[in-house]
Design a protein around this ligand. Structure first.
Ligand SMILES: *Cc1c(COP(=O)(O)O)cnc(C)c1O
Length: 909
């Protein structure tokens, strides 16, 4: 690595892989100082490594100025043994995170024995107190000069009854504050003292280029109100942070200033510091509180006799039994004590919440940036059906991706909505689909408009991100659609993407992030001007082609922001399986609220599981308090896996993780972004791509190509699971999907690499020993997997019999009638997939019309829907399909079809 590259890696704005890089750097110093103290090398190497730590340490409370000073003294005083001992301890504390709990770690003494008692209070009443730990950023003029004193002053405020414990991170400029908030995930609160400067003492070119977009120009002016600007910028990066402002002039006027809305409390700078301390703890408590879960724990502790139907409640039927006691022993008593079918006794009703479930949902709405949040205990499969039923009336048209999860298609059958399928771009070489180009959605809307049927379309329904990680430009999609129909409703299925809220890079691309941006845009006077300017340019009657190629601006006076998001909390956060949420940001929600409740009553179980609700509550708490760091870690791990696999000399010979360039065709990457790991890629480019490009790749979803190692996806998945205990869930013909999430650690990466290496070694040995026969067979296998791939069938069309109410040029259809056609056994027939009859029907007709959904797993979307005409491509795809599980298809009987005579009778009616 060149010196230049190395220097840049230690700049304060090298944001990728920060926590791991930091731990590595401390390990380097330990290595160098060991060599020094044992006389194997001189001090210069240690000094160099120490300097490498750089200013980034200033953004962390630990080791802090005192310990850093002690280290520097020992280094300067040539105390090799003392330095080595202390650096080893500090490094270990950073890696293990022990400093969060162990007061001894903060001591500067050469011996650990005398721990400074004021750092953490002694255990309370003999109980182990692992009080949650966080850090508070303090932005103040001269903060770093007086750091040791300030830190000591704040520590003095600690009381044994405090529920949490925190340390201070003092910085003295706007830029340093932003860096600290980005780099240090432990920061949970920020206190701003007026009078700090804008520019950091440290070089930060990348940060400056990013801030140029993030922070208004005025921040760099002499008379800028830096405090308010900083508060707002921090909230944009990390909305969960509590920001406090200490001012000595205009506390009252600030309280009424709308720009101060992002500040939790304004205090007089000279006021009791205890007031600040208590406010900070109370702010954390607000996020820590889990109304439903807290009450559930209380409920479980009370002696309660139950006479309702749920024998298992309180565990008596389990623990008293000779036969099923092991169930009780396995799950533990609390599961049963916390189970009830009552909605009284402080337990709320999920179907009609008025108490703590209501409050928990309100807190979830706050955390996820929605107006309303609804807990769902039957998975996002149910959440989606609820939204469909609440919004869509029979006959309404819904524009949706044919590759949407099956719950959307079934939801439409139930609601009687007419699907207008739009196709995702195909990624034929990997047998998977991407996402739906905006042009296709606009085309559908414009076609409907041309026929005067725009009023029929109710909703646009897309998956963000897709299983394989394609992220939409949610804001652009909604803006352009709203330019054509200003009251469209959007349903974004973010089953996998709930965590994205807690990443500043991903958040703008979530449904809620985009909805709030559009909401703010509507109220900006510049928006009307932009709209009117575009209207002038477009003229009075622009052609559809013109509208397609223009990036349309909606009329801010007409737009209704009506956005629904569903996510499987259990898929990306710490909720129990089936825990899901519906998030709502709909200015017209009051008009559909009663329908929405009807939909909840239709689909939700009347016996929701208490533990599931509790876990949703807790998952929210976790994300609000440590989500930022957890998501940062998941992204960091995925980047590391990508880098290690693709650069390993042997592994990369057989395997590859597809980058953004492999997953998103260049035409959808207008910013020119190539990949996270492409040489020279900067954070600023990444941010620009996330801002501008039509599609981005979620780095945590890694498509690992395994066909080049001679494995098909299913086979490779089984190998990993059965031989190596590595689980993953999605495969394609020649790839598997790896996914990093908030539970992964660096040792998971090591394990994965070890396994891949072992597999590669086995291939090498086999090829070396097997001679040319083996090598030819391998090459043929790879070719078959990688090049002889089936074409992916687009949605063909609905049969005319199911299009009597449809437009001439638009492909929607009455799927519900076709679906119920299958209930009449006499009206159906079967044609075997491989039989002569199938080919004859394709050649000569009559057309084959599917009677039901046919959904192969993987990929898990319907390749046939009820009423769809089956074409040659679909048959060919089915014939090549090498998966075992195909829902809706019985191999022995064949394809279930609606009989031609029944269909033609329908057409004639
Ligand atoms: C998993 C999934 C669902 C269904 O969610 P469950 O919580 O499993 O019911 C819906 N949509 C998408 C895109 C999914 O991946």
């Amino acid at each position: 690595m060149t010196t230049k590259a190395k220097t840049s890696e230690h700049r304060i704005d090298h944001f990728f892989s920060m926590p791991a890089a930091r731990a590595d750097r401390w390990r380097d110093i330990v290595g160098a100082s060991r060599a020094w103290s044992s006389g194997r090398s001189n001090k210069a190497a240690v000094e160099a490594a120490f300097a490498e730590l750089g200013p980034i340490e200033e953004f962390h409370a630990f080791p802090g100025p005192e310990l850093m000073g002690a280290l520097r003294d020992k280094l300067q005083g040539d105390n090799a043994v003392g330095f080595t001992e202390l650096v080893r301890r500090v490094s270990a504390a950073i890696v293990t995170r022990d400093f969060k709990y162990d007061a001894a770690e903060w001591g500067t003494a050469d011996e650990f024995a005398d721990s400074p008692a004021d750092v953490l209070p002694p255990t309370l009443g003999g109980r182990e107190t692992r009080r949650p730990y966080f850090e508070m950023l303090m932005v103040a003029p001269g903060a770093t000069t007086h750091a040791v004193y300030q830190i000591a002053e704040m520590r003095k405020l600690r009381r044994p009854e405090d529920a949490f414990i925190y340390e201070m991170v003092p910085v003295e400029s706007f830029e340093d504050a932003i860096c600290a908030a980005i780099i240090n995930p432990y920061i949970a609160a920020v206190t701003i003292f007026e009078g700090f400067t804008y520019t950091s003492r440290h070089p930060a070119p990348v940060l400056r280029s990013v801030l140029a977009n993030l922070v208004p120009e005025e921040a760099r002016r002499e008379d800028a109100d830096l405090s308010l600007l900083l508060a707002n910028s921090l909230k944009r990066l990390r909305p969960e942070l509590d920001v406090y402002l200490l001012s000595d002039r205009r506390v009252e006027s600030l309280a009424g200033d709308p720009r101060a809305a992002s500040i939790r409390r304004v205090l007089y700078a000279i006021e009791e510091p205890l007031e600040l301390h208590l406010s900070v703890l109370e702010g954390i408590q607000r996020r820590f509180e889990t109304p439903f879960f807290d009450n559930l724990k209380k409920y479980a502790r009370r002696p309660i006799s139950t006479f309702h139907a749920l024998p298992i409640a309180r565990g008596k039927s389990v623990f008293k039994s000779d036969w099923i006691r092991d169930m009780g022993e396995f799950y533990g008593i609390n599961l049963f004590l916390a189970e009830s079918s009552a909605t009284t006794g402080g337990l709320d009703s999920l179907l009609e919440p008025t108490g703590n479930i209501k409050r928990s949902q309100e807190m979830a709405a706050r955390a996820f940036g929605a107006d309303h949040a609804f807990f769902v205990t039957n998975g996002t499969s149910t959440s989606n059906k609820m939204v469909h039923q609440a919004i869509v009336a029979p006959g309404d048209i819904v524009i949706l991706d044919r590759n949407c999860h099956k719950s959307h298609h079934y939801g439409l059958v139930l609601a009687g909505g007419q699907p207008l399928y739009v196709d995702a771009f195909p990624m034929t070489e990997y047998s998977m689909y991407g996402a739906v180009p905006l042009a296709s959605v606009k085309r559908a809307l414009l076609d409907l408009k041309a026929e005067g049927r725009l009023d029929r379309v109710k909703m646009v329904d897309l998956t963000n991100c897709t299983f394989d990680g394609h992220i939409y430009n949610t804001r652009r999609v909604m803006e352009e659609c709203l330019a054509i129909k200003p009251d469209l409703v959007f349903l974004w299925d973010e089953a996998w993407f709930g965590f994205a809220r807690f990443s500043p890079i991903l958040r703008p691309r979530t449904a809620m992030g985009a909805a709030s941006a559009i909401g703010a845009w509507i109220h900006d006077p510049a928006s009307i001007k932009a709209y009117e300017k575009q209207q002038d340019e477009l003229g009075s009657d622009p052609s559809a082609d013109k509208l397609l190629e223009t990036r349309l601006i909606p009329d801010p006076r007409k737009v209704r922001v009506r956005v629904y998001q569903t996510h499987s909390t259990h898929k990306s956060m710490s909720a129990l399986r089936q825990g899901s949420m519906v998030l709502v940001k709909d200015v017209d929600f009051h008009t559909v609220e009663s329908q929405f409740h009807e939909a909840v009553f239709t689909h939700a179980s009347t016996s929701p599981n208490q533990q599931l609700i509790g876990s949703l509550d807790v998952a929210r708490r976790q994300m609000e308090l440590e989500g930022y760091g957890l998501v940062l870690n998941a992204i960091e791990i995925s980047l590391s896996i990508r880098r290690e696999i693709n650069s390993h000399p042997l592994i990369s010979k057989y395997f590859k993780v597809l980058g953004a360039d492999g997953m998103v065709p260049a035409e959808y990457r207008n910013s020119g972004f190539v990949d996270f790991l492409a040489p020279g890629t900067t954070w600023a480019e990444q941010v620009r791509s996330m801002h501008e490009d039509e599609f981005c790749l979620d780095p945590t979803r890694m498509t690992l190509v395994c066909g080049t190692a001679g494995f098909d996806g299913t086979e490779f998945k089984a190998l990993l699971a059965n031989t190596y205990d590595i689980q993953l869930n999605k495969t394609s013909r020649n790839s598997v999907l790896l996914q990093s999430n908030i539970n992964n650690t660096r040792s998971d990466i090591a394990q994965l690499l070890r396994v891949l290496l072992e597999i590669c070694n086995a291939i090498e040995t086999r090829l070396a020993h097997g001679g040319s026969g083996e090598q030819d067979a391998f090459a043929a296998r790879v070719k078959s997997l990688m090049t002889d791939v089936p074409d992916l069938p687009n949605f063909s069309h609905f049969h005319e019999a199911f299009r009597q109410d449809a437009g001439r040029s638009t492909p929607e259809g009455d799927m519900r009638t076709a679906f119920y056609g299958a209930y009449d056994a006499a009206g159906c027939e079967y044609v075997t997939l491989h039989g002569e009859e199938c080919d004859r029907r394709l050649r000569e007709g009559p057309e084959m019309v599917s009677a039901n959904f046919v959904i192969p797993y993987p990929p898990g979307f319907p390749i046939m829907v009820p009423g769809q005409v089956i074409t040659q491509e679909t048959i060919e795809f089915m014939r090549k399909l090498d998966v075992k599980e195909i829902h809706g298809y019985e191999k022995a009987r064949g394809l279930k079809l609606l009989r031609p005579d029944v269909i033609s009778a329908k057409s004639k009616r």
